[in-house]
Design a protein. Structure first.
Ligand code: NAD
Length: 424
């Protein structure tokens, strides 16, 4: 297997078709003009690019990349870049649409976008990854920019990749453009608090939801799927707050200890061994078993379509916090809703990342940087306000948190579209 081999997909259903169907349901529930729903069900623009890269062995491989903008009615497009062997254009389109709703729900002046390159970043050397990133950036250079479309990290990309994008774009225009990308390292205009921001937003959502139920985080048992940026930071934050993180996993499987894992030790173990398996004092479990584990909060923080109609009847968690984008299929959603399991949807529960990305963009444009406590406090304000709006909309419409969140978001974008009018 090479870094260029496409992988078997984790997607059982076409994610863009699901996102469009979700939008139609929101339109009906919230009585949004069907003409607007039809407009919003399409992506504004997308490019497919070939990214030829010289590999370390001297060969040249043309990787395939995408950048899709779903909507820019409320401001420039915003969305991550994914490096994964199973990336597809329809996945990128769905993720771009969800970014539009997420930014609107958070009240950020952004539309939605997403990008991806079909590759396995784990099998690329640092040099190969840098060459791929710089060539991909060059191929989409007319599409991105601080007033147009601002990328950020997603699965398989990190602060170093963002630094290469920032540098490549800046070299092409002839000066440093801090606002072209977020999730940058602190040394080149990143924001304090960006790294753990998505997980911190999830933490605020879980905490607020438990408060609504008259409960608190102390001793709640949490299972987390995915141990990357979102999953590992969420495990740390929850552990600091006194929750019991019993189960964590990555793509190769997971570990479980009913009394709670020593999260800092797990992070250190994974950094040293590259895997979770073999962590002392824990049982090994599969990703399938993790979804069905007995816990208070299940946080899928890996990829889409992990909770399906097949396994949803066996989910034992009382609450699901979607750290990942699209981890629950619509069919699973209905089953969970019928079973009274509270689902904190992705557009709310993982929006902390884009909120602090917005802060980074603002700081970059102003060349004036904030302190960590300011970032955390402003993040808390925005996420908790969005949570409260979603909660009260859910009660008013007797619907799910997902429908309520989408309802608020879609109505905001629809209203902006109507006010701006149809050009020309
Ligand atoms: P990452 O690349 O840092 O980590 C992904 C993790 O998922 C890794 O531990 C990987 O091993 C694991 N994984 C991959 N395939 C898996 C599988 N089939 N089963 C179980 N685990 C698997 O990515 P990330 O940035 O943490 O993103 C994770 C999810 O959160 C994605 O859905 C992403 O779109 C979403 N998200 C990320 C951010 C962000 O700021 N990074 C913001 C919002 C949403």
């Amino acid at each position: 297997m090479s870094a260029a081999s496409p992988a078997p997909t984790h997607l059982r259903e076409d994610p863009f078709a699901l996102a469009q169907a979700q939008l139609r349901r929101v339109g009906e529930t919230f009585d949004v003009d069907p003409n607007l729903i039809q407009v919003l069900s399409q992506c504004k623009k997308g490019v497919e690019v070939s990214v030829p890269v010289q590999m370390d062995d001297g060969s040249v491989f043309p990787f395939q990349g995408y950048r899709v903008v779903h909507n820019t009615t409320r401001g420039p497009a915003k969305g991550g870049i994914r490096y994964h062997p199973a990336v597809t254009q329809d996945e990128v389109k769905a993720l771009a649409m969800w970014m539009t709703w997420k930014c609107a729900l958070m009240g950020l002046p952004f539309g939605g976008a997403k990008g991806g390159v079909i590759c396995d970043p784990k099998l690329l050397s640092l040099g190969e990854k840098e060459r791929l990133t710089r060539r991909y950036t060059t191929e989409i250079i007319n599409e991105i920019g601080p007033e147009k479309d601002i990328p950020a990290p997603d699965v398989g990309t990190d602060a170093q990749v963002m630094a290469w994008i920032f540098d490549t774009y800046s070299m092409n225009v002839g000066y440093s453009v801090l606002g072209v990308v977020t999730g940058k390292p602190l040394a080149v205009g990143g924001s304090v608090g960006r790294d753990g921001a998505t997980a911190r937003g999830s933490l605020y959502c879980i905490r607020t939801a438990l408060q609504k139920q008259g409960s608190r985080l102390q001793d709640r048992r949490v299972a987390i799927q995915g141990f990357g940026n979102v999953g590992s930071n969420l495990a740390s934050l929850l552990c600091d707050e006194g929750a019991r993180v019993t189960t964590v996993s990555d793509s190769r499987g997971g570990i479980h200890n009913a009394y709670g894992l020593d999260v800092p030790a797990v992070i250190a173990y994974r950094a040293e061994h590259g895997v979770l398996q073999g962590f002392p004092g824990a049982d090994e479990i599969t990703n399938e078993e993790l979804i069905e584990i007995d816990c208070d909060v299940l946080a899928p923080c890996a990829l889409e379509q992990m909770i399906t109609a097949e396994n949803a009847p066996r989910v034992r968690a009382k609450m699901i916090c979607e750290g990942a984008n699209g981890p629950t299929t619509p069919a699973a959603d209905e089953i969970l809703e019928d079973r009274g399991i509270l689902v904190l949807p992705d557009v709310l529960a993982n929006a902390g990342g884009v909120v602090v990305s917005y802060f980074e963009w603002v700081q970059g444009l102003q060349e004036y940087f904030w302190k960590e406590y300011e970032v955390h406090a402003k993040l808390n304000d925005i996420v908790v306000r969005a949570f409260e709006e979603t909660w009260s909309t859910r009660e008013r419409h007797a619907t799910s948190m997902r429908m309520a969140a989408y309802g608020i978001a879609v109505q905001r974008v629809a209203q902006a579209t109507t006010i701006r009018g149809l050009y020309p």
